[in-house]
Design a binder for this molecule. Structure first.
Ligand SMILES: [Fe+2]
Ligand SMILES: [Fe+2]
Length: 313
C-alpha cells in the first residue's frame, strides 16, 4: 500500500556539551524509516547554554544523524540566549545552524505540503518574553503560501497551538504565564482566523508543554483540523508526566493513522493510536464546504457524518 510516513518530534532540549541519551533516540527514529522528520523547536537544553549558537549547532549535529531529511522551527527557548543583543542575531544564529535562509520553511512530502512557522520575537516583548509570536512578515508569507497551495492538503508545524484549538495545554503554567498559545498577548484570534479562512490546513502540530500523549485532548479535531500535541523524546519530558513520546503520522490514500512511539519501551504505544478513517481529500472537501460558516461541528463524529468512509477497516 502506498504510504507516506512523517515523524514529528516535540521539544528536544538537547543538552550541551553532552547530548545525554540522544544516540538511542535517533536510532529509534531511524528504525521507523520516516520520509521526513519535523521538529517543533526548543532544540537546546536548559541552563547557561540555552539558545546559544554552540548549543544549537551541537543539537543540529545530533539531529543530522537522522537518516531522513529533517526540519525545525524556532521555539521560545531558542530565542533567549543572553549573548545575543537583538532578536535578529538570535534568529540568524538559528538559521545559520540549521542551514536555512529563513526561520520559516515550506516542503512537500507525499500528498501534503508542510509549512513551518517560527517565533522570532523575544527581547522587546514587554508582557512575557517567552510568548511565541508570529510577526506580520511571517504571517504574510504564511497566507501567501496558503493561497499558492490552494487545493493541496497542508500540515503546519509550530511551537504552540492557536487559541481555541482544543488541544492540550498547561494553563497553570502557560496561560497565566502568557505563552500557552501563539500570539497570546497580541490578538491570538488572528491565527485561528487564518486557519478558519484556509480550508487546505488539515493538521497543526505543536509541542511546548513536554507532556506525553495519554491525554484525550492530546489530539483535538476543531473546524475539521487535526490539532496534534507532540511529546518530548528526551529527558526533559520526564519532569512533567514521565512520558517520552514521539508522533508518527502514516498517510494512506484512504485514511490516516496518528501513532505514538514510546522511547522508554522502544515500542509503539497502542493506547495512544488514533485513526482518522477518511482520506485527506475527503477532509479537504469537507473543510472547503464549511468555509466561512460560523458554526462548524465540534464533535469529530458529527463532522464525519457528511464524509464518505473509504473502505478502511
Ligand atoms: Fe520546551
Ligand atoms: Fe517551549
Amino acid at each position: 500500500m502506498d504510504k507516506t510516513r512523517i515523524v514529528v518530534m516535540g521539544d528536544p532540549h538537547i543538552e550541551y556539551p553532552v547530548a545525554d541519551g540522544w544516540d538511542e533516540i535517533i536510532a529509534d527514529i531511524n528504525v521507523l524509516k520516516p520520509d521526513k522528520v519535523f521538529v517543533v523547536g526548543d532544540l537546546t537544553g536548559y541552563g547557561p547554554f540555552i539558545g546559544t549558537h554552540e548549543a544549537t549547532v551541537h543539537a543540529v549535529k545530533v539531529l543530522n544523524q537522522l537518516k531522513a531529511p529533517w526540519y525545525s522551527i524556532i521555539g521560545n527557548h531558542d530565542m533567549e540566549a543572553k549573548v545575543f543583543a537583538t532578536d535578529e542575531e538570535a534568529v540568524q544564529s538559528f538559521c545559520k545552524a540549521v542551514g536555512r535562509e529563513t526561520p520559516w520553511f515550506r516542503t512537500e512530502v507525499g500528498p501534503i505540503a508542510v509549512l513551518g512557522l517560527s517565533t522570532t520575537f523575544f527581547r522587546p516583548n514587554t508582557v512575557i518574553k517567552h510568548e511565541v509570536v508570529f510577526e506580520d512578515e511571517q504571517l504574510a508569507w504564511f497566507e501567501e503560501q496558503l493561497h499558492e497551495l490552494e487545493g493541496k492538503p497542508i500540515f503546519v508545524i509550530a511551537h504552540n497551538p492557536p487559541v481555541g484549538s482544543g488541544v492540550i495545554t498547561i494553563p497553570e503554567l502557560h496561560a497565566q504565564g502568557g505563552n500557552m498559545v501563539v500570539n497570546q498577548n497580541r490578538c491570538p484570534g488572528r491565527i485561528m482566523n487564518i486557519v478558519w479562512r484556509h480550508p487546505n490546513i488539515l493538521a497543526w502540530f505543536s509541542g511546548h508543554n513536554h507532556l506525553g500523549h495519554f491525554y484525550r485532548n492530546s489530539i483535538a479535531v476543531t473546524l475539521g483540523v487535526h490539532f496534534v500535541h507532540c511529546g518530548a523524546a528526551g529527558s526533559v519530558s520526564r519532569h512533567r508526566d514521565g512520558c517520552r513520546h514521539t508522533r508518527i503520522v502514516d498517510m494512506y490514500p484512504e485514511h490516516m493513522d496518528i501513532l505514538t512511539f514510546d522511547h522508554a519501551t522502544k515500542q509503539m504505544e497502542d493506547r495512544c493510536a488514533y485513526q482518522e478513517p477518511h482520506s485527506l481529500q475527503a477532509l479537504l472537501d469537507w473543510r472547503t464546504e464549511q468555509k466561512g460558516k460560523v458554526y462548524i461541528p465540534r464533535d469529530p463524529e458529527t463532522l464525519r457524518q457528511g464524509l464518505p468512509v473509504t473502505g478502511h477497516a
